[in-house]
Design a protein around this ligand. Structure first.
Ligand SMILES: Nc1ncnc2c1ncn2[C@@H]1O[C@H](COP(=O)(O)OP(=O)(O)O)[C@@H](O)[C@H]1O
Ligand SMILES: [Mg+2]
Length: 292
């Protein structure tokens, strides 16, 4: 690693530590030692939410939300602003504690007993709406840092990439269409390329479940199409939950597979679930979302 990258890495970790330190304690509950065990997919579901309720000053952002995602599934989630889509991701990733309900990763890992950092480390990756790449570092260095994210600053500085890891970064650069920009400073990338880089950084950690909140917002049509291709290539090996408003993109993600489910959230619970054609033909969905 170059000295610049070492410095950047140390700074990033410092900032991260600050964010963690200032984060409000959730619900005042105490969480015991983390006992997670292996991800158990014997029953087919990688994510299981049951009757989740989240209240903010009496307002129910999530209202008895139940949802099940199969292992390897790519699930699209749509719904009007304020439906609770981001809050749902906050619950899955441990950022927000629900007032009631169950949330399981596989059939045995109780997400409501885990802290945010633990949830990330057991294989749930999240992409926020805004890209958060390290603008002063190159594309390659961003991926390199993501690969080493679980190391302390010291060991990260002493740590050299193995041939296998170099190969993995190379494969990732190809997958996210940034091979030709490997040495570019990330700050100079287009908005869409930054989004891809961030997705690549998430994938370096090899998450089992990926949560993507409005990943194509602000992308050009071509970038949006390439993003759909990328997500479709991940399906099967990863499970994906994609929240989006862009119906053309949802159409691309569900194309050719009538069985692929789309979930419509409204007022904190599931309004409809089925194929894209089913939900598009649903009167309630048209009334609250698509018809506007
Ligand atoms: N931290 C919070 N405090 C108070 N209200 C919130 C908070 N987070 C979300 N909300 C409210 O919960 C509802 C759902 O928000 P959100 O999950 O962001 O919806 P979506 O992502 O579907 O647009 C909205 O009415 C929003 O204003
Ligand atoms: Mg949102």
């Amino acid at each position: 690693m170059t000295p610049d990258l070492m410095k950047a890495g140390a700074k990033i970790r410092e900032e991260h530590a600050k964010i963690v330190a200032t984060r409000p304690a959730s619900g005042g509950a105490s969480y015991g030692r983390v006992v997670t065990g292996e991800l158990d997919l014997a029953h087919g579901a990688i994510l299981y939410l049951d009757d989740i309720t989240v209240s903010f000053d009496g307002f129910k952002a999530l209202n008895a939300l139940s949802l099940s995602i199969s292992a390897g599934e790519l699930r699209c989630i749509i719904g009007p602003n304020g439906a609770g889509k981001t809050t749902m991701m906050d619950v899955i990733t441990g950022k927000t504690r629900p007032d009631a309900g169950k949330a399981f990763f596989g059939s045995t890992i109780d997400l409501l007993r885990l802290r945010e950092n633990d949830i990330a480390s057991i294989g749930i990756g999240r992409k926020f709406q805004k890209p958060t790449v390290f603008e002063q570092l190159s594309v390659f260095e961003n991926l390199e840092l993501a690969l080493k994210a679980d190391r302390g600053v010291r060991s990260s500085m002493l740590f050299r990439l193995t041939g296998t890891q170099l190969d993995r970064i190379g494969e990732m650069l190809t997958l996210i269409h940034l091979k030709d920009s490997a040495q570019r400073v990330a700050g100079l990338l287009s908005h869409g390329q930054k989004q891809w880089l961030e997705i690549g950084m998430l994938l370096m950690q090899d998450p089992k479940l990926l949560l993507l909140d409005e990943p194509v917002a602000g992308m050009t049509d071509e970038e949006t199409e390439r993003t759909a291709e990328l997500f479709l290539s991940l399906e099967g090996n990863h499970s994906l939950v994609v929240v989006e408003h862009d119906m053309k993109f949802i159409g691309e993600l569900t194309q050719g597979k009538a069985s692929k489910k789309v979930t419509v959230l409204h007022e904190g619970s599931v309004l409809a679930e089925g194929s894209l054609a089913d939900v598009q033909a649903n009167d309630k969905v048209v009334e609250v979302y698509l018809g506007r």
